[in-house]
Write a protein that binds this ligand. Structure first.
Ligand SMILES: [Zn+2]
Length: 413
């Protein structure tokens, strides 16, 4: 009997620069690929044969988008207008969901929007993303996409009489998903402290801890949220009362209480954290498994106070980057987020900013061994960024400031 083993074609690519991220940049670099697998990365030598990428092209790992809600990827522009308050914006989100429900398209149109968002992300050079997924959870679009995603099953419920049914809904879905697809990356997302009864929050966290699941929670996002949690008053109270979701006798989830629970998960993402206090940042810095996700253009859209990014980085806190959704952002371009970081924080090196959009994001999601850096072995997402102008001596800076001519994947056909 003859066994034919088909070896993937080995191909060398030579570029002006290769940025492995985990190693220093390589000028005139060569990367040897066997199909989708990286065999070697090194400086190119005279006599090397291979495909010479166009001038001004660099090879980088695909970006990591650590926070989005792809269900809104059909939107042409953000909801509401710049600078509106958080509770006013959530009203817009609910109106948009109600509009879809009214035309009887809720599930189908959500599925289409998620697929569209995955396609858009891939076109923007995103190799890995974490997406908040709402009930009834449908994982089909993620499984059909070549892009790797970590769906995070979101649950919320403020009233006491909602706790049991919301728990059951989440539990049975979790069992169905993890029961049939062992090893699949799926996480949990207790939505936010202003939308969760403490008992429902605790039960979601208990499930996450028991299952070793990644957790993501919106936290300290707006001044309105802080006001509501600390005093029980303000626009959030009015909004929740209007929806018949607020009981004045009810205990609220404080930020510290949420942080304490999040610190017990195997890995957790604090989404936004715009108004975390120095003491809270000190505390977070003692838990390496906790990361904060900064969404620069969404932060800018709402006109929040200056983001405490330097304070976070100075404490050694892991900061990943997210686009958030098209409900608060014009597109899902992670590089545009990194450019916003560069514009707002000129004191940060381009290399640090690029790390936040790649390796830090991958580590935040617990997938740092596969994503966020170019290394020998299976590294899905080998991206070529071709600029219009010379890359100079600092290719990371060129990427953050230069004009992009094209972007494409080396490991995908
Ligand atoms: Zn969000």
């Amino acid at each position: 009997m003859v066994i034919i083993v088909r070896m993937p074609t080995v191909q060398d690519f030579i570029a002006d620069w290769i940025l492995p991220i985990s190693e220093p940049p390589i000028r005139h670099g060569l990367i040897r690929m066997a199909g989708a697998r990286i065999v070697e990365i090194r400086e190119s030598r005279s006599g090397d044969k291979g495909i010479r990428l166009p001038q001004h092209a660099m090879i980088v790992p695909g970006f990591v988008n650590a926070h989005t809600h792809l269900e809104f990827s059909h939107l042409r522009e953000p909801l509401g207008q710049r600078g509106l308050g958080m509770s006013a914006w959530i009203r817009e989100v609910l109106r948009e969901r109600a509009r879809k429900a009214e035309i009887g398209e809720e599930v189908e149109s959500r599925r289409r929007a998620i697929s569209r968002g995955l396609d858009e992300s891939e076109r923007h050079g995103v190799a890995l993303l974490a997406d908040i997924s709402v009930a009834p959870w449908d994982l089909a679009p993620y499984r059909e996409s070549p892009l790797t995603s970590v769906p995070l099953l979101e649950q919320l419920g403020m009233r006491e009489d909602m706790i049991e049914s919301r728990q059951q809904e989440l539990w049975s879905t979790w069992e169905r998903i993890t029961g049939t697809k062992r090893g699949e990356q799926v996480g949990l997302s207790p939505h936010a402290p202003y939308s969760l009864h403490p008992r429902l929050f605790e039960s979601i966290m208990s499930l996450a801890i028991q299952e070793d699941a990644l957790v993501a929670m919106h936290l300290a996002e707006s001044r309105e949220e802080i006001q509501f949690l600390e005093t029980g008053h303000g626009p959030f109270r009015e909004f929740l009362t209007e929806l018949n979701l607020f009981d004045p006798a009810q205990r609220l989830c404080s930020i510290d209480y949420c942080l304490d629970w999040l610190s017990r998960a195997r890995r957790s993402l604090i989404i936004h954290g715009n108004y975390l206090q120095p003491k809270q940042l000190d505390w977070i810095s003692s838990f390496p498994e906790m990361s904060i996700v900064y969404c620069p253009r969404t932060h800018d859209y709402f006109g929040h106070e200056d983001y405490p990014l330097l304070e976070m980085l100075a404490r050694g806190i892991h900061v990943a980057i997210g686009t958030d959704s098209r409900a608060s952002n014009p597109d899902l371009d992670l590089l545009a987020e990194l450019r916003m970081v560069a514009a707002k924080f000129p004191e940060l090196s381009a290399a640090t900013i690029l790390e936040m959009g790649t390796v830090m994001g991958a580590e935040a999601l617990g997938l740092g061994h596969r994503f966020g850096a170019l290394r020998v072995g299976e590294t899905p997402g080998v991206l070529v960024m071709e600029l219009t102008d010379p890359l100079g001596d600092d290719p990371a800076a060129a990427l953050l400031h230069g004009r992009v001519k094209s972007r494409y994947w080396l490991d995908r056909t």
